[in-house]
Ligand binder design. Sequence first.
Ligand code: SF4
Length: 694
Amino acid sequence: MHTIMASHAGFCAGVKRAFKIAEEMAGQPSKWYTWGPLVHNQSVVEYFARQGISAVEDIDEISEPAGLIIRSHGVAPEIIQEAENCGLQVRDATCPLVKRVHEIVQVLADQGYEIVIYGNPEHPEVKGIQGWCGGQAAVVSGLDDIKTLNHSHRMGIVSQTTRDEKEYFEVVKSLLGRTEELKVFNTICSATQLRQNSALELCQQVDLMIVVGGEFSSNTTTLYKECLNTGVRTYLVQNAGDINPHWLEGVKMAGITAGASTPDWIIKEVLCRMTEYEEKDIQQEDIQQEVQDQIEEQTQEPVQEPVFEPQQEEPGSNEQPAEEANEESFARMEAEMAEYETPGRGDVIKGTIVQVLDDEVMVDVGGKSEGVVPLRELSLATVDSARDLVQVGEEIEVMILKWDDDGTILLSKKRVDSKKVLDELEEVFEKGDTVQGTVKDIVKGGLIVDVGVVGFLPASHVEDGYVKNLEEYKDQTFAFKIIEFNRNKRRGSQVVLSRRELVLAEKQQQKQEFWDNIQEGQIRLGKVKRIVDYGAFIDLGGYEGLLHVSELDHKRIEHPADVLQEGDELEIFVLGVDTEKERVSLSRKKLLKSPWEVALETFQEGDIVDGTVVRIAPFGAFVELDPGVDGLVHISQLADYRVEKPEDVVSVNQPVKVKILSVDANEKRIGLSIKEAQREMEQEEVEEYMEQQE
Ligand code: SF4
C-alpha cells in the first residue's frame, strides 16, 4: 500500500494565526479563556486546556481578572465591548479575512444598504458578521430563503467565508430580481475550496480516503462528504488511534486529507501510522524517507490561499483582487506562524552538539528537549565511535525521527546527509555528469558502489563488453554515469550506475590518440595480448599491432610461443602503419643484434674456432661458425697439399677446426683456413711434446 497526502490539508492561515496567539497567551502568568472552542478540534482544545486556557460561551463564566481570546471566527463588537467593560484583556484572533467581511457590512450599513449574508445562521462567524451591521442583516442559507426576502431598493450581499462559491453565485443570481441595485462581495475564502479540490483530485488516484479532523468541524465534515460522494471508501478519523487496520486490507493506494482546523501533529501521526501499515517487506528506513518526503512536500508547497489586509476601499470596489491586495499581510502571517511551529517527525532542524560519546551524540536543538543521535544514525559511513566523526560545539542538521514520552528527541544526521547526497546525485543525473564511486561488494547481477549512497552497477554496465571476473573491481574507484535515479524507489537502489559509455569513450579517445601519434620507425613498449601460429598481437596501449613470426628474430623461429608468452612486456619496433586499414606491423628482430654484429664482436683474426661444413662449392667449402654466420675455406686452404676437389677433403655436416684469416665487416665475409688451423695445432702439439721431453 502506498499513502499520498493531499496537496492542501490542515490548518489554514487564519487558524494558524489564532493558534499562535493562544500559545503566546498560554505562556503568560494571567489566566486566559477563548470565546468558544478555539477550533472545532478536540485535540487542540485539550492541548490548550492542559496549558490553562479554557473555552467560555458567556462572559459571566469568567469570575476573575483574566484575558479573552477571540477565535478566528470573530464575534460581534458588543462581545468585545462587554469583555473590556468587565476588565478583561482581549486578544483578537479574528481571521483577517473575516475581519474584512466585518468592515464591508459596516460600510454597507452606514450607506443604508439592505444587507444579506449567505451562510449558516447558527455558525459563530455569521453571528459575528451580523453583529457588525447592527443585527440588521438577513441571513440566507439557500435559494429557498431568498423567497422570504422583501424587495429592496439597494442591497449588498456577503458570504460566510467557508461557503461553496458556486452555490453563492446561484444565490446572488436569484437576488437580482429583488432589488434595483445589488452590491456583491466575494468574501469566500479559498482555503476550504483548495482543500476540497485537492481532496477530490486525490480521490481519483486512491481506493481509500482518510479525512482527519474533528467531527464538529464544518469544513472537515464537508471534506468527508465530498470525498464520500466520489464513491471512494472514506473514513473520518480524529487521530491516528481511530484508524482500523482492517480498513486497509487490499488497499493499494490510500489518500489523506485534513480539515482547516486539524493541527499538523495529528496529520503527521496519521501519516506515520499509515506508513507503518505498509507492506512488511519495506524497510523501515524507506518508510521514514517517504514520511519525510511527504512532509517536506507539504511544507515546501507554495501557499496559494487567499490573502488579505484591512479593507480600505469603498464597498463594492473590485479594482484590487483580494488575493493581490492581501498578499503582504498573508505572507507576514505565515512568517509569524513559522516561529511557533513545533518541529515534528520528519522535520529537519539545526542543533549544536553538546556531548559526544562512543555510541551516541547529544544535540541541543533549542527548547526544553534534548536530542540524541545514535551512532547508527550519525553517518552514512560505518564508524566505530561517534568521537571519530563529530565534536562538541559543532553545528549539525538533523532530522526528527521520534519524540519520546520523556521529551527526548530521537534524531538522525545520516538521513539529512543522505538527502543532501541524493540532491547532488539528482543534479548530476539531470546534467548528465559523472560521479566518483568505490566498488564495495559483488551481488547477483552486478556490483554495489558507494557514491555517497548505495548505488547499483549492473554487470552489463561494468565495461563495454562481458566481464568474466567481477571480483577484480572490488575496492576500486571509478567515474560513473547515473542511468537511473529515483529517490522514492522503495525496492532496489535509488541510483543505478554505468561505466559502459565512459569506457567506450575513453577507448575511443585512446584510439584517436594512438593513430595521431604512431609512426613508422618508432620504438614502443607493448604487451603480448595473443599468440597465434603466424605471430603475436601486441597491445600498444589502445590498439594492437601484429608481430609476424618472421620478425621475431634473425634466426628462424618455428613458433612464436618458443620465444614469447602472453602478458610479456617488450620493446617493439614499428615497421609499418596503415591508418586507413588501421593496421600496424611490428618487428622484434629489428631491435636485436644481427648474427654478423655478434660475429664481429666474437671472432678475431687468428682465432682457431669450431665450425661445421654446411655447403661445398668448386672453389672451397662454407663453414658455419654461428647460426647465420658462415665463412669460406678456399680450396687452397683446405689442406697442405694440392686439392683437386673440395669433396676429396671435407663433406657437408663435418665438424672442422678453422683458423680465421680475415673478417670483412662491410662485405660480411670471413676467410677461413683448415690447413692453417691444422698446422698451428700440430705446431702446438710438437712444442708441447718438446717441452715434455726437456
Ligand atoms: S477565513 Fe479562511 S483563512 Fe480565515 S479562518 Fe476561515 S478558512 Fe481560515
